[in-house]
Design a protein around this ligand. Structure first.
Ligand SMILES: [Zn+2]
Length: 330
């Protein structure tokens, strides 16, 4: 009898225990259920110790910030320097708290400094034009070299990292802006010779006074000579005698060679269409494009080209028409 009652007791005990366990489990489920209904895991975000919001997707937000640091928000951004990165902390918070990733992103990047990368093209180490990338800079320089721009040997490229983006130009615009015409205009060979001869007695006013290019003996006059027109005068002088510029001006032509009979010769332009030509020289002391002052040594007397004996053939032209030098000199 005792055995039976003790068995009954045991069964009752097990039932009680089971009930208790079920009750505990149910309560736990209920509590967890209520909790998950009201709470959710979320990241609280702080920047410089200041709470700036909540994010449900920390990795997505941080990825976006990283991308911004690398690329910025525009063209030619090298990188963005952000002083402080946000700190994340996982919390369980009430469900009615809404994440504000957009606001967090704006706050984080507002403390950043964008660095722009672009290229400056320099002339004589002075920045003259700006382009977006290195290949464009190279293209500009190559085009200027192709065009034989006067500044082609002074060009350079500098890589720029700046917080302000300057106005960038296209390759074409940069080439146009930087192109410098050669100071020397090549004189077409057809204009080297005089276009006419003033055989009248009318003396054209040059507007400038001339000095004698060499001292020597007048050996041939201007005008008719051997059935042809002599477009200048000849002054005999020993080989190597210094020839000076009759007036200041720019050497617009400097030729070594036969030169259509003139031999080694120079043409100096004095402005207002007035030019002087110095022929049959031994050597030329100035180059094409040079500015010379009155009386400056420019060449030496010789016997080059169609010449018999050392002498200077001197021409004075006004708008291409040969004038009698003796109206002004000798
Ligand atoms: Zn002559």
């Amino acid at each position: 009898m005792f055995k039976i009652s003790s068995l009954k007791n045991a069964i009752i005990h097990i039932r009680k225990c089971t009930k208790f366990i079920i009750t505990i489990a149910l309560s736990a489920f209920l509590i967890i259920g209520v909790f998950t209904l009201c709470y959710k895991p979320i990241y609280s975000v702080t920047l410089n110790g200041e709470m700036i919001g909540y994010s449900e997707n920390k990795s997505k937000l941080q990825e976006r910030i990283n991308k911004y640091i690398e690329e910025g928000n525009g063209q030619n951004v090298a990188f963005v320097d952000i002083e402080e990165l946000p700190q994340y902390k996982l919390c369980l918070l009430k469900k009615n708290i809404t994440p504000n990733d957009e606001e967090i992103f704006e706050k984080v990047i507002s403390g950043g400094t964008q660095y722009y990368k672009y290229y400056a093209i320099t002339v004589d180490n002075t920045e003259k034009a700006y382009v977006a990338n290195f290949s464009e800079a190279e293209e500009v320089i190559n085009k200027l070299k192709e065009k034989n721009s006067n500044n082609k040997d002074k060009l350079g490229v500098i890589e720029k990292y700046e917080t302000n983006l300057v106005e960038l130009a296209t390759v074409e615009k940069s080439v146009t802006d930087l192109y410098e015409k050669k100071v020397v205009k090549k004189v077409a060979s057809s204009t080297i010779g005089a276009t006419g001869v003033n055989t009248s007695n009318k003396v054209v006013n040059l507007g400038i006074s001339l000095v004698r290019p060499v001292s020597g003996v007048l050996t041939s006059r201007f005008g008719a000579r051997w059935g042809r027109s002599h477009k200048g005068i000849d002054i005999g002088a020993p080989k190597g005698t210094t020839i000076v510029a009759a007036a200041s001006g720019t050497v617009t032509y400097a030729h070594y060679g036969y030169g259509g009979g003139y031999g080694n010769h120079l043409i100096i332009s004095h402005g207002n269409g007035v030019q002087t030509l110095y022929g049959h020289c031994t050597s030329l002391l100035v180059s094409q494009g040079a500015y010379v002052s009155q009386g400056q040594a420019i060449a030496t007397v010789g016997n080059t080209g169609n010449s018999q004996g050392n002498h200077l053939h001197l021409e004075i032209r006004v708008n291409g028409v040969a004038q009698n030098p003796q109206n002004y000199l000798y």
